[in-house]
Write a protein that binds this ligand. Structure first.
Ligand SMILES: [Zn+2]
Length: 200
């Protein structure tokens, strides 16, 4: 259908996560969520679907049998007070997102299947499996590094690996926020929530 992504806010307009268009429409259709437009007006499914008759050329749409409905960029949940996750999940996916699928030694951007995760300080030397010690790495660099530190192997990290301050899925692989329409909400969150220093 489309790979458009939809930002989901809780009732307090805090971003919770990112979902796909199909899931967003089902939340709207069930009345569990409303659309928010760039003027901060909210719409239920029917009013949004009626509005969608006037589509702009840059809009992502979902087509049904007899009409096209504009895919919202942001929706707000009506019922739940889900709290945003305090921690970005330490997962393979999120490490690839943080490092933009780029080998952190040679700088090559590769498909995920051609990337490994590398312990900067090898486990054999006491290195831990943490945000600060695991990076994306191409297979060549991984092999040539072996069980050595970057210094021992004559390699240099492109940047110091850190725990991301917010969920990487809000951003594209290139590190930019995915849609302009998300910015007001991520900005709010940045000030009020996501900038808080997290304890381990
Ligand atoms: Zn490499």
């Amino acid at each position: 259908m489309t790979n458009a992504a939809v930002l989901v806010l809780n009732r307090h307009y805090q971003p919770i996560h990112v979902t796909n268009a199909r899931r967003a429409f089902s939340l709207l259709y069930l009345g569990v969520a409303r659309v928010i437009d760039p003027e901060f007006k909210t719409f239920d499914f029917d009013t949004w679907a009626d509005l969608s008759v006037e589509l702009g050329s840059g809009d992502d749409v979902m087509r049904t049998v007899n009409r096209a409905i504009k895919i919202p960029r942001v929706i707000v949940l009506q019922l739940y007070d889900r709290i945003p996750k305090t921690k970005v999940r330490f997962s393979r996916h999120n490490i690839y997102m943080r490092d933009a699928s780029t080998c952190q030694y040679c700088g090559e951007e590769l498909p995920r299947a051609e990337l490994n995760l590398d312990h900067v300080i090898p486990r054999a030397q006491g290195g831990r499996t943490t945000w600060e010690n695991v990076v994306c790495c191409c297979i060549d660099c991984n092999l040539s590094k072996g069980a050595r530190t970057p210094e021992q192997a004559g390699l240099k990290l492109l940047k110091v690996p850190m725990r991301p301050r917010w969920t990487p899925t809000f951003r594209t692989n290139g590190g930019r926020v995915r849609y302009r329409e998300w910015l007001p909400f991520l900005g709010l969150a940045d000030a009020s929530y996501w900038n808080v220093e997290l304890k381990d």
